[in-house]
Design a binder for this molecule. Structure first.
Ligand SMILES: NC(=O)c1cc2c(N)ncc(C(N)=O)c2s1
Length: 318
């Protein structure tokens, strides 16, 4: 089923379910057997999970007992969750370095990290306790998914140190969990997810956090938004500190001394991609030293000291 077919079926289901609900809740004259209503409702929930872009706040699945559920409360991020500029070849990476060298005299060290194909999340700790989880949203305003992120095992409820800080990372569904989930959905006649990223997004948008617990989601944390109590001078030190605190980071990272070395890393993981337990869609390359990052600065929507190398789209499997 493609997105258009899904949209049509979703509209049909919403129309039918709204009529049934109105008859049931408002005129107390059910016009359909409960099991018919439940079947249609179950199909709609499955379709909306598989196509999170088609969920609308007025959908009956967002209502509890007849009125629109609060859904997720909005969270204004303390600092914006920025996007990344893109590079598509070695020349783009060399141009990236050229721009930086105009601003920084001494030799530049890069940190290369796998670009995880999931959902960006913000996780806040106060005195070491997990207190709030949010989606990226539009970068400035996200959704409070604290209850859902509490169900993600790799996000510790308590850090190894009583620190107050905000950490950001990617929540993803491992490939094996994605395959198993789609097999289960296929068997129960529900729409399958197109890819692990949609499956993670669909799961984290669930109002019922128990569902999240069944989905084997995981995370790789990759940035400290406000260093708070953390005393680190580089991305490398920052990630090592997150490891020591008990947070999950991705260990395929590498400090590189030149763009040529970055390019070798990029080529290696372009080949390694099918063997990873999770989907990646590129490599994130960052200036390692935090003082250099501050000197290089930001554009309106992205850091100048980082870039995302995007892998070419995979050939369709023949
Ligand atoms: N939009 C962003 O800033 C980022 C997005 C991602 C991503 N999807 N995966 C890994 C990293 C990383 N290791 O920094 C980043 S950074």
């Amino acid at each position: 089923m493609d997105q258009e077919q899904a949209q049509n079926r979703i509209s049909e289901l919403r129309q039918q379910l709204n009529e049934m609900a109105q008859a049931y809740y408002e005129s107390d004259q059910p016009i359909a057997e409960d099991h018919i209503y439940d079947g249609l409702y179950h199909e709609l929930v499955g379709l909306e999970e598989a196509y999170p872009d088609l969920v609308t706040s007025d959908s009956i699945t967002q209502k509890v007992g007849g009125q629109v559920a609060a859904g997720f409360t909005k969270i204004i991020h303390d600092s914006p969750m920025l996007s990344l500029g893109n590079a598509f070849n070695l020349e783009d990476l060399q141009s990236f370095e050229g721009r930086i060298k105009k601003l920084i005299d001494e030799p530049i060290e890069y940190m290369c990290e796998l670009k995880i194909d999931g959902l960006a999340v913000s996780v806040k700790y106060e005195n070491g306790q997990f207190v709030q989880g949010a989606t990226r949203g539009d970068g400035k305003v996200g959704e409070d998914i604290t209850a859902n992120l509490k169900m993600v095992e790799s996000i510790p409820a308590k850090l190894n140190e009583p620190l107050t800080m905000e950490v950001r990372g990617e929540c993803y569904m491992p490939k094996s969990s994605f395959v198993r989930l789609n097999e289960e959905r296929e068997e129960s006649g529900q729409a399958v997810f197109a890819n692990p990223r949609n499956a993670a997004a669909g799961s984290l948008r669930q109002l019922d956090s128990a569902v999240v617990g069944e989905r084997q989601l995981s995370t790789f944390m990759y940035a400290v938004a406000n260093q708070g109590d953390l005393d680190v001078a580089s991305q490398e030190q920052g990630l090592n500190a997150l490891d020591e605190l008990g947070l999950a980071t991705n260990h395929e990272r590498k400090v590189c001394q030149s763009i040529d070395e970055v390019w070798e890393y990029v080529q290696h993981f372009q080949d390694e991609r099918p063997n990873l337990a999770y989907e990646i869609d590129g490599i994130v390359i960052k200036v390692n030293n935090f003082e250099d990052q501050e000197a290089i600065g930001y554009t309106v929507k992205a850091p100048r000291w980082a870039i995302a190398y995007k892998f070419p789209a995979e050939e369709a499997e023949t």
